[in-house]
Design a protein around this ligand. Sequence first.
Ligand SMILES: Cc1cc2nc3c(=O)[nH]c(=O)nc-3n(C[C@H](O)[C@H](O)[C@H](O)COP(=O)(O)OP(=O)(O)OC[C@H]3O[C@@H](n4cnc5c(N)ncnc54)[C@H](O)[C@@H]3O)c2cc1C
Ligand SMILES: *[C@@H]1O[C@H](CO)[C@@H](O)[C@H](O)[C@H]1NC(C)=O
Ligand SMILES: *[C@@H]1O[C@H](CO)[C@@H](O)[C@H](O)[C@H]1NC(C)=O
Ligand SMILES: *[C@@H]1O[C@H](CO)[C@@H](O)[C@H](O)[C@H]1NC(C)=O
Ligand SMILES: *[C@@H]1O[C@H](CO)[C@@H](O)[C@H](O)[C@H]1NC(C)=O
Ligand SMILES: *[C@@H]1O[C@H](CO)[C@@H](O)[C@H](O)[C@H]1NC(C)=O
Ligand SMILES: *[C@@H]1O[C@H](CO)[C@@H](O)[C@H](O)[C@H]1NC(C)=O
Ligand SMILES: *[C@@H]1O[C@H](CO)[C@@H](O)[C@H](O)[C@H]1NC(C)=O
Ligand SMILES: *[C@@H]1O[C@H](CO)[C@@H](O)[C@H](O)[C@H]1NC(C)=O
Ligand SMILES: *[C@@H]1O[C@H](CO)[C@@H](O)[C@H](O)[C@H]1NC(C)=O
Length: 535
Amino acid sequence: MEKLTYLPITLFLLLTISASSSSSAETPQTPQSVYEVFIQCLKQHTTNSSPTQLKNIVFSQTNVLFTSVLQNYIRNARFNTTSATKPLIIVTPLQESHVQGAVICAKNMSIQIKIRSGGHDYEGISYISKEPFILLDLFNLRNISVDMKQETAVVQAGAVLGEVYYKIWENSKVHGFPGGVCHSVGIGGTITGGGYGNLLRKYGLSVDRVIDAQIVDSQGRLLDRKSMGGDLFWAIRGGGGSSFGVVLSYTVKLVSVPETVTIFRVMKTLEENATDLVMQWQQVAPTTDDRLFMRLLLQPRNNTILVSVVALFLGGADEVVSIMEKEFPLLGLKKEDCNETSWIGSVIWWDNDQAFKNGAKPETLLDRNLNSARFLKRKSDYVQKPISKNDLELIWKKMIELRNIGLAFNPYGGKMANISSDATPFPHRAGNLFKVQYSVTWDDPSDFAAQNYTNEAKSLYSFMTPFVSQNPRSAFLNYRDLDIGINHFGNNSFEEGKVYGLKYFNNNFDRLVKIKTAVDPNNYFRNKQSIPVKM
Ligand SMILES: Cc1cc2nc3c(=O)[nH]c(=O)nc-3n(C[C@H](O)[C@H](O)[C@H](O)COP(=O)(O)OP(=O)(O)OC[C@H]3O[C@@H](n4cnc5c(N)ncnc54)[C@H](O)[C@@H]3O)c2cc1C
Ligand SMILES: *[C@@H]1O[C@H](CO)[C@@H](O)[C@H](O)[C@H]1NC(C)=O
Ligand SMILES: *[C@@H]1O[C@H](CO)[C@@H](O)[C@H](O)[C@H]1NC(C)=O
Ligand SMILES: *[C@@H]1O[C@H](CO)[C@@H](O)[C@H](O)[C@H]1NC(C)=O
Ligand SMILES: *[C@@H]1O[C@H](CO)[C@@H](O)[C@H](O)[C@H]1NC(C)=O
Ligand SMILES: *[C@@H]1O[C@H](CO)[C@@H](O)[C@H](O)[C@H]1NC(C)=O
Ligand SMILES: *[C@@H]1O[C@H](CO)[C@@H](O)[C@H](O)[C@H]1NC(C)=O
Ligand SMILES: *[C@@H]1O[C@H](CO)[C@@H](O)[C@H](O)[C@H]1NC(C)=O
Ligand SMILES: *[C@@H]1O[C@H](CO)[C@@H](O)[C@H](O)[C@H]1NC(C)=O
Ligand SMILES: *[C@@H]1O[C@H](CO)[C@@H](O)[C@H](O)[C@H]1NC(C)=O
């Protein structure tokens, strides 16, 4: 009971100190003095590191490499601006104790840290904050070790998906891992947020294959599954890492894939009866063979909609063609539309990156493609009842009018419907036919363009209201979207947190709040959409 009155006061003091840096003797005042104090502190809190090594992993704003280190993992050009608040310093740990030291020292200085692994957060919250902050960039912590006897891999947070897929392929041609399709996405963000890709109907999400993890908590302790306990281990499999600590690695169970898989893409416009195709897709894609994942892409093109069915089948071309003839005749799939390849071949084919033309080598997956990004806005929804033909036609009309915003429908069912909605914080399981991604990408750097394109996303999202999940209107954490609600200062507010929290986590939100309150009662790890503390 004592905690109830005591903790909010501590919280208040902590925030007052960090908000008004000039009034506290303990809080250094300039980026340069933060650098000096931090380096001194880090020396005391790390072992096996020479002073030179520590200097090499901490970048002050005056360091000539500061800007490129900052920009390397900006993956949305909207946040590559001089007006975005820069970190006071950037820390790039090489070993576990550097992370522990960084948390202890930053916390001691009452300065927030932002944790970045691959930098793909759609709203840039891994490297942007209104409050002064230290950027903890984990790109050096990227070891991957595959154990074929156990069929597991230990993957550090700073590794990216392409490296994980490559390492698995080096060890086995009949193993894979169910994760995202874009090779440069970081493990630290994608697994803490759920992680899905084209194996989800057969094997579920990335988090469904996690068997252990290492995390540094708000007290700087290095914990594994056993020492962190069941609650925290549950929370970091979909609840978002940055509310709970710094995830250093995940141990994941690999999955089997056949030596030969099949990929295909079929495209039709409205003039080619694409609306009927979409109607049938809604029936088939979430219910068909678990080995088949058929993403639907809907893109406005002049006065029509281009509909593409992009697919992975864990089996041969003849088999998938015969399944489609029976279940999805309107697709009109022929063997000539299909290519048989290896699983790693399918990974390369599915990647959206320009470098991944037909015939690209697996080594392409290792290219981190630093410091390059386009302007993006994404949003998400879940569809639980098929959309009627009439309503689809209204959606097409709206999209053609807006001109730039596209949709991707990602079918669920299969394994997704076989995992209970509270097995992990990710709640969107049985009962969901498909997830919708709203997607608009542009190259014009003007504010005007950003307004225009983000407004298109908002406008279509609003138009879709009657066709998608309600109470709550669910959303996918990995498609971070600050429009659906924010915690304005990150300090208080359970009520604010509940707005986005229920959308991302549905009934799992309450458990996440309890765990957050237990493991980080002072709300040290916070951001605009972190899990709030409730006393
Ligand atoms: C081009 C592109 C394609 C994508 N494709 C897919 C896809 O196919 N499937 C899918 O599921 N998602 C996809 N995503 C979304 C992606 O999974 C999320 O953006 C994910 O959070 C990115 O992880 P990251 O480490 O790259 O990002 P970051 O920006 O580094 O981190 C994202 C969030 O996680 C936190 N975080 C990062 N590392 C850690 C850590 N080690 N410990 C604790 N918290 C941490 C950050 O603080 C931030 O809040 C895609 C995103 C992009 C930009
Ligand atoms: C990563 O692997 C290398 C080579 O095996 C090793 O020297 C290094 O200590 C590892 N780093 C971490 C942080 O585990
Ligand atoms: C920071 O560390 C110093 C030296 O160890 C200690 O005296 C001080 O109380 C710490 N401050 C906070 C806010 O933890
Ligand atoms: C299949 O491979 C051929 C030859 O590389 C290529 O021309 C064709 O576009 C591929 N089809 C698909 C669906 O990828
Ligand atoms: C579209 O459907 C109509 C009516 O079923 C049919 O007559 C027409 O041939 C179809 N068009 C195409 C291009 O398949
Ligand atoms: C739209 O039509 C014009 C003129 O026919 C053509 O040049 C352009 O490529 C088309 N745009 C798209 C996105 O298809
Ligand atoms: C950021 O902007 C700079 C120019 O100011 C450019 O050189 C760099 O490539 C951009 N990086 C990203 C990730 O957009
Ligand atoms: C899901 O559960 C049903 C019924 O238990 C079972 O028949 C089916 O094979 C399961 N599918 C997957 C992908 O586990
Ligand atoms: C938005 O961009 C499109 C071009 O894609 C343009 O036609 C339209 O006029 C723009 N709208 C606004 C409000 O700027
Ligand atoms: C949160 O912080 C803001 C800005 O510092 C302050 O105005 C607000 O009162 C705080 N809310 C709570 C509940 O502490």
